[in-house]
Write a protein that binds this ligand. Sequence first.
Ligand code: ADP
Ligand code: MG
Ligand code: MG
Length: 445
Amino acid sequence: HVAPPPRCAVASRAMSAEAPLGVTPAAAAAEGEEMVAVVDEMAEEAAVWCAVHGLVVGDRAEPRSGTIPGVGLVHAPFALLPTRFPASFWKQARELAPIFNDLVDRVSLDGEFLQDSLSRTRQVDDFTSRLLDIHAKMMEVNKEEDIRLGLHRSDYMLDSETNSLLQIELNTISSSFPGLSSLVSELHRTLLNRHGKVLGLDSKRIPQNWVATQFAEALSMAWTEFNNKRDGQTVSVVYFRAGYSPNDYPSEAEWRARLLMEQSSAIKCPSISYHLVGTKKIQQELAKPNILERFLNNKEDIAKLRKCFAGLWSLDNEEIVKTAIEKPDLFVLKPQREGGGNNIYGHDLRETLVRLQKEQGEALAAYILMQRIFPRASLTHLVQGGVCFEDLTISELGIFGAYLRNKDKVVLNNQCGYLMRTKVSSSNEGGVAAGFAVLDSILLT
Ligand code: ADP
Ligand code: MG
Ligand code: MG
């Protein structure tokens, strides 16, 4: 059985440059038709390319998916063409990666800062409280991690009001899509090598993306630093692909396992401290005046970080809570969770704030408020489940960073690739796995 080729649901306007002045309507219509044909051909080619190169994910529609290996796979949702992205912002985002790596490491060493900053959150958020318990146990025994490995991803959006690159969040655990994001760049390069001329797009403008290889190299370098040849006997590196969500700890057994790993001499990626540095609450605390200065010396680095910080507020700021209730569309309300689908927007944001205010105690401390960023929307062809359609979209760029340190020696501190995610602009959330966004790559302009 051969599946029918994906068809574009919306006849596309010309995707190359705008029609030049003086073009007759008939010529423009003919060009438009040619574009529709190219788009259909590309969507089909792309879907085949995904199957051949493993740009696939588990298919939720197939019940056996995830239980029987190799069964129930579907192409990952993707944008048909790379999204235009200004080279200056690309450079800025890449330059930030080693600075954020450094910051995470410095903050991780200040156990008191982590405990104090999260102390009120702990009273109302069981999950964060359990993480803090493990962290506190490590502090009690003065556990030191000589070798520290971080595989991070810092996410950004371009704010159209201020024309600036603003950070959405920094992920320090389970930074997702190093594998598939590398593949999407390859997919787009392949498509542009074949069709770029007609579209007026040059494949060389898609930056190389080797994050899968570089993350693997960082893991192997950590093993080398650990320098214990008794393998098979001593665990050298623990990588957490899970453990960032309460669902990953259905019973006490998982919490015991997490504690055991933390107590061990293995290199944890991330350690409990690195994990906590990546919480939304710490992001908000670091954005307060004079906090970065506690952790970094280089004034230029501090200025670069601050420039990408959006407005972030704790909910003990009554003034900002009042403003957010009045104008909920200008804010995002975030709990201490990862993985997409947890934030609160608009009408729900107002209702939640009003309700939490009425509840006595520390209920508000489970959340932070963030300035809502409004990227400029553009028309994009999206391919999901073999169907190609056109919609207004906005994008989020993640820059992966790898950091490895052994005592005083910084073995590795790099940016190492990117993840572009594009979503329909009417959707609030952004996760690909959560079903809100598609994988994308960038075309530098
Ligand atoms: P998570 O750790 O669950 O990924 P994020 O902070 O990245 O949490 O939020 C999830 C999604 O919500 C983001 O991918 C983005 O699409 C959207 N989002 C988050 N913060 C903002 C913001 N300040 N402005 C606009 N959209 C946001
Ligand atoms: Mg996250
Ligand atoms: Mg995120």
